[in-house]
Design a binder for this molecule. Structure first.
Ligand code: URA
Length: 287
């Protein structure tokens, strides 16, 4: 919140913004407290956007469009360069397939300019753990803590994930690929306010996660939660999907409850334990 130089108070200034510098210290602090109570946890832009004014713009713009010239009096139009529509998923596909190793894939994602999430996220969250691991975990998207640290699954859900893995002798810091895990997410940037990924984001960034899996080449994939299933299997409904194995990109994959869900619904930890044992057994069965 320290970056916020503007405050919004519906109680005192209905639908208007006031520069913080014009407020006294106590007023400014009270407004920040008010925003935190409303659920704001960070400042996204340096300057405010008055969305009430924006709502009026399309109508004003439409009103100011000059009437079309009659068809019978054609006028010479100066040739104005037209913006070229970019197929962002196609750009991502080309960039991803040009990457020959994880470092160049990371660089390709860093350079990918078409995803708006990168404007609101603090940094790219690429991966953590051992890239040689036999198991690769695909989560949903970075949260606040991951965005700050630049690593996936480092918040409360990540700590639970580490404990779950430890229960079957696995560790993201392990050097031995047999006991190691490699961890990434469907989306490499945090969605604002941790909202769900949109279908457009999953489609646009899909080529990067698929190339990531190809390059890391794990024996087994773990799909953590609904959005990993949606992105990698095209379907969600984790309660129905978990408990069995599927094939994703030519390798066995196990859908599992997301640890953030388990923090909210601890009674489902028993089912997660069954899935962890199933993962351990599958690893033993693949030489
Ligand atoms: N949840 C996820 O799916 N991924 C993270 O990195 C953190 C929380």
């Amino acid at each position: 919140m320290h970056r916020a130089r503007w405050a919004f108070s519906s109680a005192r200034r209905r639908h208007s913004f006031a520069p913080m510098d014009e407020l006294g210290y106590h007023d400014a602090l009270a407004m920040l407290d008010w925003q935190i109570e409303l659920g704001a946890d960070e400042a996204i832009l340096d300057a405010p956007v008055d969305r009430f004014a924006l709502e009026d713009q399309p109508r004003q713009a439409a009103a100011s469009v000059p009437a079309a010239a009659p068809a019978s009096t054609p006028t010479a139009q100066p040739s104005v360069p037209q913006p070229v529509a970019v197929d962002a998923a196609e750009v991502a596909r080309a960039a991803a397939s040009a990457a020959t190793d994880l470092a160049s894939l990371r660089a390709a994602i860093e350079a990918f300019a078409y995803c708006p999430l990168r404007e609101t996220a603090k940094q790219l969250v690429f991966a953590d753990g051992n890239p040689s691991a036999r198991v690769m975990i695909v989560g949903e998207a970075p949260g606040r803590e991951e965005d700050l640290q630049g690593k996936p699954f480092v918040g409360r859900a990540g700590q639970l994930l580490d404990r779950m893995l430890a229960a079957i002798g696995m560790d993201r810091r392990a050097e031995d690929p047999a006991h190691a895990v490699y961890i990434t997410n469907m989306l490499p940037w945090r969605p604002p306010q941790n909202r769900d990924p949109t279908p457009e984001e999953l489609a646009m960034l899909g080529p990067f996660i698929r190339r990531h899996i190809e390059l890391a080449d794990p024996d087994i994939l773990v799909l953590m939660g609904n959005w990993a299933c949606q992105g990698m299997m095209g379907t969600r409904g984790i309660t129905r999907l978990r408990g069995g194995w599927v094939e994703v990109m030519g390798r066995p994959a196990i859908p599992m409850f997301h640890p953030a869900y388990l923090l909210r619904k601890p009674h489902d930890k028993a089912k997660a334990w069954q899935d962890l044992l199933s993962l351990q057994a599958r690893l033993r069965s693949i030489p």
